[in-house]
Design a protein around this ligand. Structure first.
Ligand SMILES: [Mg+2]
Length: 390
């Protein structure tokens, strides 16, 4: 079996309203799918993390840099292909876009292996450790409004997420330490003290501000405080983790086993959030997951993107053992976008794929299908409708 071509598809559409996180507001949703074709007629699908124009740059890396390196290789030699590409790109990108680009290609190779062997992805990576995965709803994105207006919007959105049967939810912060705590307190009061609530800062703070917010979160029984400081600030993470009781979560902007080794070795985080579509793909995710297990750090994947990314993550979590185990172990969760209708989740797959329906009907839980590979095939007509090339 040989790889014959690699195609990238960047899809984009305009949102009805602007959404944001601590770094920017945005009006468009983009996603980057990778399609690896073989001489046996089997195609694999993957996805690269990286929004907007970054997706276009990554498309160029996939098609113009990675494709020529691996056309003609046997797609089942995933480890060899990963090392070959990483080694040849090492001098130009040990983190960031080259690794995001490699991630989508690697995921597609696993999809090919699944289709070739007629096995679902979770089976290829160790089998079922969980029949169902709890799903948490992320929403409550920032909007360009006053803090009082945002408080009302967030309270309403929190109510909506709860009504969809999610058993945990995550909100954004990033307005500044004092306003952020007002926002979290309002949501906490709205949903009640027993509901699992997580707070995501997208590295908005310096260490002192993060300590201030973290101490406030300690009083509000927050399950985790996500990306409080810059991903490069290992010392800041370490000090926060030492001084704050709330779980410190992070890692969505960390790359490869080398970066993750630093994050873990420096005792930066209580909860690891690897982003499989960014850190180097499934081949690298499995190594990072092992590294986290060896250090007794729970893994709760970061999930962003289309149905392809969600399906891959559902397989990864299905195959993930409890750490450390027991009668009532703490379980990983699947992150799921509850913001304004995301058609890259609902309308992209040719298969019936509705996480929202599962959550609604199944007490906040979702399960993988036994379809071969990642189990989701993007619809070609849908791709044609939303694909952009510049
Ligand atoms: Mg985040």
């Amino acid at each position: 079996m040989k790889i014959t071509s690699i195609k990238s598809h960047v899809l984009k559409y305009e949102l009805d309203k602007e959404l944001g996180y601590s770094q920017q507001y945005y009006k468009h949703r983009a996603t980057h799918l990778v399609e690896v074709q073989t001489d046996e007629g089997i195609s694999g699908w993957g996805e690269c993390f990286g929004p907007g124009n970054i997706a276009l740059a990554n498309k160029f890396i996939v098609e113009k840099v990675i494709q020529p390196l691996i056309v003609g290789e046997n797609p089942m030699n995933k480890e060899f292909i990963w090392q070959k590409v990483y080694n040849l790109l090492r001098d130009s990108g040990q983190k960031g876009m080259p690794i995001q680009a490699l991630s989508g290609v690697d995921i597609a190779l696993w999809d090919i292996l699944g289709k070739k062997t007629n096995m679902p992805l979770y089976q290829l990576i160790g089998g079922k450790c969980n029949n169902q995965i709890p799903v948490y709803g992320y929403g409550m994105m920032l909007q360009n409004k006053s803090v009082n207006e945002l408080i009302e919007l967030f309270k309403e959105e929190a109510k909506q997420i709860k009504s969809k049967n999610f058993k945990a939810m995550k909100m954004k912060v990033g307005l500044g330490p004092k306003d952020d705590l007002k926002l979290v307190q309002a949501v906490r009061e709205e949903i009640g003290i027993d509901f699992k609530l997580m707070v995501d800062a997208n590295h908005a703070y310096n260490l002192n501000d993060a300590l201030y917010v973290g101490r406030g979160l300690d009083e509000l029984d927050i399950f985790w405080f996500e990306e409080p400081v810059a991903p490069e600030d290992y010392e800041g993470y370490k000090e926060l983790k030492h001084k704050i009781n709330t779980n410190i979560a992070g890692g969505e902007a960390e790359f490869t086993k080398y970066g993750w080794n630093e994050l873990i070795k420096n005792k930066c985080i209580d909860i690891a959030q690897p982003e499989v579509c960014g850190l180097g793909g499934i081949t690298e995710y499995l190594k990072i997951s092992a590294l986290a297990q060896a250090n007794f750090i729970p893994v709760i994947n970061h999930v962003w993107g289309s149905a392809v990314s969600i399906a891959v993550n559902l397989h990864l979590l299905t195959a993930q053992p409890d750490m450390p185990g027991g009668l009532f172990p703490s379980k990983a969760m699947l992150e799921f976008d509850t913001t304004e209708k995301n058609i890259f989740i609902t309308d992209l797959p040719t298969e019936d794929f509705s996480i929202l329906d599962q959550v609604k009907q199944n007490d906040g839980l979702a399960a993988v299908t036994d379809n071969a590979g990642i189990g989701v095939t993007p619809n070609n007509d849908f791709i044609k409708e939303f694909e952009i090339n510049e």
